[in-house]
Design a protein around this ligand. Structure first.
Ligand code: 13P
Ligand code: SF4
Length: 306
C-alpha cells in the first residue's frame, strides 16, 4: 500500500470504530492528514476532555496519552507507539518532589504537563507552554515552585515579576540544543527574518526572539504575519508544516538549528497508527483509579484557570 492508501484505510476504519485521532504538532505530515485534531499540549488536553469517541488514539508521547486517560477514563486510550516517551517527564522522582515540598512548604507546586501521571499527583496545578503565564498569574499564592522545566519557568517568571519562583534543574533535551551561537548564525544568514522560539529554549535564546510561544502559537503567528521570512526555534517538523501550509505564498521558513529533532516524537509512524487502529500494535493506557483521580486535580485546575 502507498501512503495515500494507508491513510484512506485508517480514515475508513476510524469512522467504523468511532476512533478519534489526536496528534501533537511535532508529528509528521502524513499523520497530521488523518488526525481529527492537531495541536499543542493544551489543545490536546481540551479535545480529550470534549471528545465523544469510544477510543482516543494519541500520536505523540506517553504523558499526552496519560493526560487523555486522566480526563476521559471511560474511553479506551491508545498510545500509537509505546516507546515514545518524553525524557523531561521522567526527570523528577516521587522521592525528590516529596523532599522539595518539605523544603518549600508555602509554595504552590506548578508542574509542566510534560510530567508522568504519578508526578502530577504531587502537584497543585499543571501548565502547558501556552497556558503557563495565564494560569500562574491566576494562582493566588505568590510563592511558586515550578517543575521540571527551569527554562519555561524562567520565561514565565519574566512575564510575572511580582511572584517569587523556585526552580530545579531540568528541561527539554531537544530545545536545549539551540544556542545563542545558532541565533547569531541564523540572523547573519537571514537578516530580514523574524525569530520565533518555544519557551522550552534557554533564556539566552528566548531573550533574542521576536516571538515566544507554544507550537500552535508559533504556527499561528507565522501564518498570520505579513512578514516573509521566519527562523523557527522549536522541533524542526514545525518548519516542514509551515512550508506545507503556506505553499503558494512567498514565505520562507528556516530551522534555528538542524539538531532540534525530538527522536521520541519522531518514533510514531503511519504504520503505528494503522496497527493501533486495527489492534495489532499500540498500547492501551491503564491507570490506577486512585492515582488518576489525584492527578486529575492538577489538570482540572489548569483547565479552570487557563
Ligand atoms: P507544546 O505542545 O505545548 O507547544 O509543547 C511542546 C512540547 O515539547 C511537547 O512535548
Ligand atoms: Fe519532551 Fe522535548 Fe520531545 Fe517535547 S520536544 S516531547 S519536551 S523531549
Amino acid at each position: 500500500m502507498n501512503t495515500r492508501q494507508i491513510q484512506d484505510e485508517i480514515l475508513h476504519i476510524k469512522k467504523e470504530k468511532n476512533v478519534c485521532i489526536l496528534a501533537h504538532a511535532y508529528q509528521s505530515h502524513d499523520i497530521w492528514d488523518i488526525a481529527d485534531y492537531v495541536g499543542d499540549s493544551f489543545g490536546l488536553s481540551q479535545k480529550a476532555a470534549q471528545s465523544d469517541a469510544d477510543t482516543i488514539l494519541m500520536c505523540g508521547v506517553r504523558f499526552m496519552a496519560e493526560t487523555v486517560k486522566i480526563l476521559a477514563p471511560q474511553k479506551r486510550v491508545l498510545l500509537a507507539n509505546p516507546n515514545a516517551g518524553c525524557p523531561m517527564a521522567e526527570q523528577i522522582s516521587p522521592a525528590f518532589i516529596t523532599k522539595l515540598k518539605e523544603q518549600y512548604p508555602e509554595h504552590t507546586v506548578v508542574a509542566y504537563i510534560n510530567t508522568t501521571a504519578e508526578l502530577k499527583t504531587f502537584c497543585d496545578v499543571c501548565v502547558t507552554s501556552s497556558s503557563a503565564v495565564k494560569v500562574v498569574k491566576a494562582i493566588q499564592n505568590n510563592k511558586i515552585l515550578f517543575i521540571p522545566d527551569c527554562n519555561l519557568g524562567s520565561w514565565v517568571q519574566q512575564q510575572i515579576p511580582e511572584k517569587e519562583f523556585q526552580f530545579v534543574p531540568g528541561g527539554c533535551p531537544t530545545h536545549l540544543l539551540m544556542s545563542v551561537k545558532d541565533v547569531q548564525k541564523a540572523r547573519e544568514q537571514h537578516p530580514n527574518a523574524l525569530l520565533l522560539v518555544h519557551p522550552e529554549c534557554q533564556p539566552a535564546v528566548t531573550k533574542e526572539a521576536n516571538f515566544v510561544g507554544s507550537t500552535t502559537e508559533i504556527i499561528a503567528f507565522a501564518k498570520n504575519s505579513d512578514k516573509k521570512e521566519f527562523i523557527i526555534g522549536t522541533e524542526n517538523s514545525i518548519v516542514q508544516h509551515l512550508q506545507f501550509d503556506c505553499i503558494g505564498e512567498d514565505k520562507q521558513f528556516y530551522s534555528l538549528s538542524k539538531n532540534c529533532v525530538c527522536h521520541n516524537m519522531k518514533l510514531t509512524t503511519l504504520g503505528d497508527v494503522y496497527g493501533s487502529i486495527v489492534g495489532t500494535s499500540g498500547e492501551e493506557i491503564i491507570l490506577d483509579e486512585a492515582l488518576r483521580l489525584q492527578a486529575k486535580r492538577s489538570i482540572d485546575e489548569m483547565l479552570r484557570l487557563g
